[in-house]
Design a protein around this ligand. Structure first.
Ligand SMILES: Cc1ncc(COP(=O)(O)O)c(C=O)c1O
Length: 355
């Protein structure tokens, strides 16, 4: 009879992801009637745009398995969405749809035999992915003086030789809310190009740049950057589980390897969700107005929280995107603020969940 001893050593003793674990604990405490200020799991406080909900309703009957790589119309819409912003001629063939970007990131580390470079502070799942898969993970700690961002000089120091490497770059960053300037991206691009490093560019908060000014590293390093994003944050649809990877043509071999593993595991993402996502990625007036309202609220909330924390002697940077302080949403929503009034005008808004 097998016992716990037989569990793969890379997995043994692992709890749940800290964000999901904290979320479940918070829910249990709230169910006991306790007041909880959640500093763990972050979720968009905004409803899914009406036009996207309606598209899901219209497509509830879609019942067939879709291609592993994703619904062609959706892949095309995702390619146009990122291509327009970055000035790149992307095609649907370069896009892969997955059940959340988290799963795609895991598949990427599984398929690529490379050292993984992770600047910190960072989102909680990149390192466990590497540990579960037995990949060498190198953390690059950044400082408050560096605005918690990776400089080109630090990267060059941490990649001294020709070892194959994958750099995970998340900007706007979770948890810090800061992001790279054009010059910083250009300088990083020079190093990754020289060192032949593949970059998984986690831009899931890109649309929530406070001034709509997000830029991808792919603009400066198109041949080696995989753009990771999805519906979870900008479209308020974390529970729909739809993530996207956009690959350069040069990395089509990697996309094909990932599709092969996907075909043997989750097969494909839910059909109705993929059809509905076409309307989200096709844009239009309603999506634009949804995004500009979201950005305005997030900017006001983030600035307010940073200001209050600075006043209290806590050294935090003013966030440039998303909220850097997850719980500020709840704190501010409980006061009679302009943000609360603005949120109150939106249907189904739930001010209890921070970003
Ligand atoms: C920085 C970052 N990347 C990726 C994810 C995963 O998003 P998805 O819902 O697409 O799996 C999150 C979710 O919290 C995140 O904060």
């Amino acid at each position: 009879m097998m016992t716990m001893e037989n569990i793969n050593a890379n997995v043994a003793g692992r709890g749940k992801s800290p964000t999901l674990g904290t979320n479940e604990l918070s829910a249990a405490l709230e169910a006991e009637g306790r007041e909880v200020y959640r500093f763990g799991f972050g979720e968009s406080p905004f409803p899914v745009p009406d036009v996207v909900v309606e598209a899901l309703r219209q497509n509830a009957h879609q019942k067939s398995y879709l291609p592993v790589q994703g619904l062609p119309e959706l892949r095309e819409a995702v390619a146009q969405f990122h291509g327009r912003r970055e000035g790149l001629g992307l095609t649907g063939e370069q896009v892969m749809i997955g059940p959340g970007s988290k799963e795609l990131m895991f598949l990427l580390q599984l398929c690529l035999d490379a050292e993984v470079l992770v600047p910190t502070p960072c989102w909680v799942s990149y390192v466990p992915h590497g540990e579960i898969l037995g990949r060498p993970v190198r953390l690059i700690h950044t400082t408050s003086d560096e605005r918690w961002l990776l400089s080109a000089e630090r990267l060059a120091e941490e990649a001294p030789d020709a070892t194959p490497r994958l750099l995970i770059l998340n900007y706007p960053g979770n948890p810090q809310g800061t992001t790279y300037s054009e010059e910083e991206l250009q300088a990083l691009a020079d190093v990754v190009r020289e060192k032949n490093i593949i970059v998984m560019s986690d831009e899931i908060y890109g649309e929530l740049h406070h001034d709509g000014g997000h830029q991808s590293l792919a603009r400066y390093y198109p041949e080696g950057t995989i753009i990771s994003s999805g519906l979870s944050k900008w479209c308020g649809a974390g529970g729909w589980r739809l993530g996207t990877f956009v690959f350069p043509e040069e990395l089509s071999w990697l996309r094909e390897a990932m599709c092969s593993v996907a075909s043997e595991t989750y097969s494909t993402v839910s059909a109705p969700i993929q059809y509905a996502a076409v309307s989200a990625y096709s844009g239009g007036e309603e999506i634009e107005s949804y995004l500009s309202t979201s950005r305005r609220i997030i900017k006001a909330t983030g600035n307010w929280a940073a200001h209050r924390l600075n006043e209290a002697g806590v050294a935090v940077h003013r966030p440039e995107a998303r909220c850097s302080v997850k719980n500020c949403w709840r704190i501010q929503a409980s006061s009679s603020s302009p943000v609360k009034r603005s949120l109150g005008r939106r249907r189904n808004s739930r001010p209890a969940s921070p970003m």
